[in-house]
Design a protein around this ligand. Structure first.
Ligand code: CA
Length: 233
């Protein structure tokens, strides 16, 4: 894969030596490597910078943890998040993936492994973006034509229902938080108004594609049932 000049990676790590090591490694490989060493600094970068292609998140920071940061990233975008976790910390791995993380690398890691994970996650993202037909069970979304089919039948989805379906499909079988969906669908998160609107939109989509396709994770969000296949038309 050609590394595009604009592939910017944000490295969040409070151990200065490790931070420098990763930054130098990524810079040598042609990435633009940005760094942050505290939760506070990372929050401001997440909120203010839209051109970060991938996030490397340390789980434990002096002023907070990486899980909350990952949830915050997910309210902004769906770009890859890789957690840097301490050895054998299985609980962290699980929690990291539940908050919307894509992958994890256990410290200490080999540079080759870290680079391979970064490339794989960036590529997966590229593949997802390039694929024009997404399938889950009987449901087929044609991204070029903006059409959705169930079997042979063309479904009549509203723009917001279509966007919601793609957001769920984009995440495969991963849980998507309600906050993430609301931010994505309406560009903001206003609990009072949007909470109910999201529930209504979910039930409309369920009626059209089949209730069995969308699972509710109480107090958290939604998940598509069944794997999503993505291919070129
Ligand atoms: Ca740490």
């Amino acid at each position: 894969m050609n590394i595009k000049q604009e592939t910017k990676i944000l490295i969040v790590e409070d151990e200065p030596y490790l931070l420098r090591q990763i930054r130098d490694l990524l810079t040598r490989k042609g990435y633009i490597a940005e760094t942050a060493s505290s939760r506070a600094e990372t929050v401001s970068r997440i909120l203010n910078e839209d051109d970060i292609s991938l996030y490397l998140l340390d789980v434990w920071l002096p002023d907070g943890d990486g899980f909350g940061l990952c949830s915050m990233i997910r309210t902004k975008n769906l770009r890859p998040v890789i957690f840097l976790t301490a050895c054998d910390d299985e609980e962290s791995v699980v929690r990291g993936l539940e908050t919307g993380g894509d992958d994890y690398v256990v410290k200490p890691f080999r540079t080759a492994e870290l680079l391979a994970r970064i490339r794989a996650n960036l590529r997966r993202k590229d593949d997802r973006t390039a694929a024009t037909v997404w399938r889950c069970g009987d449901i087929r979304a044609d991204l070029d034509a903006n059409e959705v089919y169930k079997g042979e039948e063309k479904l009549n989805l509203s723009a917001v229902e279509y966007k919601l379906l793609l957001a769920l499909m984009e995440n495969g079988e991963r849980i998507v938080r309600r906050e993430t969906l609301m931010e994505y669908l309406w560009d903001r998160w206003d609990q009072e108004i949007e909470d109910n609107t999201l529930s209504v939109t979910i039930s409309r989509l369920r009626r059209k594609i089949g209730a069995e396709y969308i699972e509710t994770i109480r107090g958290f969000g939604y998940r598509l049932k069944g794997p999503v296949g993505k291919a070129l038309a």
